[in-house]
Structures are given as C-alpha cells and as structure tokens.
Ligand binder design. Structure first.
Ligand code: OMP
Length: 227
C-alpha cells in the first residue's frame, strides 16, 4: 500500500518548515528507545502549518468516517472530538473548524490538567462527553501511554471512545508481538486511524534516494516495528 496524498503532504511540510518538524538523526524517545527520526508536532506552530495539519487530519477522518458531522450519521460514527491537554487543544479546535468548512459539524472538547473548583467546575472544557461517541485526537503513538490516559479521561466523563485519530503511527511493537496500535484497538475496542505511518516516511525517503536515512530507518523498523 502506498502513502496517501495527505500523508505525503504532511511529510513534505514537516521537512520544509522553517524549524524542521520531522528530523533525522539520533533521538531518545519517551519509551527510552533510540530512534533515527523524531516528529515534533509542537512545531506546527503557525497558522499556515496548523491549517495544513488540520486539513490532513480532516482528510483522514473523512476517509475513516464518511458520515461524520452529518445529521443522519450511523451509530458507529463519532460525534465529538476530544483533544487531550495540552497539545490536543489547538489541534482539536483546528480540526473541528476544518470539518465545519467542509460542511460537517462536530462537537469538540479538551481537558484541563489542573482540577478547577469554581466556575464551570470539572476538568472538561467544551462539548460534554457524557453518553457521546468520542474520537480522541492525538499526535504520536509509540508505546501508547498518552492515549491510554486520554481514554481514561473520556471514560471518567461518561463518554465512549469509538476511535482514535493520530498524526503519526510509529508502528512500534507494544508489550508483546502486536503493535501498540493493535493492542490499543483490542484494549479499548476502538479503531485507530493515522494520518502518517512510519512506512510512509520510509517510502518517501526511498523515493528521494536518501539511502543513509533509509538504511537507518530500516534497521529501526527491524528492531522495533511489527513485521
Ligand atoms: P507514547 O505515550 O509512548 O505512545 O508516546 C507518545 C509521545 O511520545 C507523544 O505524545 C510525544 O510526546 C512523544 N514523541 C513524539 O512527539 N514524536 C516522536 O516521533 C516520538 C515520540 C516518543 O517519544 O515516542
């Protein structure tokens, strides 16, 4: 399977931005793994970059849930987007806006990291999740820690996580033989959709003849990714 046009668009934007969002080299991940690449989504930090990221997310979401934001959408279709604090906050607002521009209206919300005991109370801001089918929006899944935490917030608010959409699936192994994404899908009973996968970056490097980076990525894939 080749890369989608939205994956290629994000890879090219990430490599050509003023501060490179996608970098090749030697990086230590949150999981402790040494990686030959790192995607820093915090660097989608201008209006144009955020708009491009939101458009790619909207493409991936519409491909996975063609009826999202329509009045007569099926019972499997999410109705609210949830963006975990902090990085999910601007992202979820931008994606909801982009979907609205395409004629699709979905709710969106996010959490506070600090508990608040006055005003509207609680840790959730935005569309209520109680009794709703929720799509969690996240940046990167490596070992799945961040996404499991976001799911707990959705559950605590009485929502049902029906899906997760992430900017990058690093396609790494989880606790056993399955990938983290497969483990998360089984554990949460929710589908995971990705804008970019590790293999898309590898295809892109191959297509540009960047052989040293291809070799480093292929070695990493052999060591940490599912076959
Ligand atoms: P897990 O919580 O282990 O799934 O890792 C996801 C987190 O890793 C993200 O929320 C980021 O903080 C960080 N990360 C990146 O942002 N980009 C990468 O390319 C790799 C990681 C990472 O540390 O694995």
């Amino acid at each position: 399977m080749s890369a989608t046009s939205y994956a290629t668009a994000i890879i090219e934007t990430a490599l050509s931005s003023e501060q490179p969002i996608l970098r090749f080299g030697d990086f230590t991940l949150k999981s402790g793994r040494q990686s030959p690449y790192f995607f820093n989504f915090g660097l989608f930090n201008s209006g144009v970059l955020l708009l491009e990221l939101a458009a790619a997310f909207a493409d991936a979401i519409l491909a996975a849930y063609p009826q999202i934001g329509q009045k007569d959408a099926s019972h499997e279709t999410p109705r609210v987007l949830f963006g975990p604090a902090y990085k999910g906050i601007p992202l979820v607002a931008a994606i909801a806006t982009e979907l609205a521009r395409r004629g699709r209206d979905v709710g969106y919300s996010y959490n506070r990291k600090e508990k608040k005991d006055h005003g509207e109370g609680g840790s959730l801001v935005g569309a209520p999740l109680k009794g709703e089918r929720v799509l969690i929006v996240d940046d990167v899944i490596t070992a799945g820690t961040a996404i499991r935490e976001a799911h707990k917030v959705v559950q605590a608010e009485g929502g049902q996580t029906v899906g997760i959409v992430e900017a990058l699936d690093r396609e790494e192994r989880g606790q056993g033989e399955l990938s983290t994404v497969q483990e998360v899908e089984q554990e949460l009973g929710a589908k995971v959709t990705s804008v970019v996968r590790m293999r898309d970056i590898l295809f892109w490097l191959e297509s540009k003849g960047r052989n040293d980076e291809v070799a480093a990525m292929a070695r990493y894939r052999e060591q940490w990714c599912v076959k």
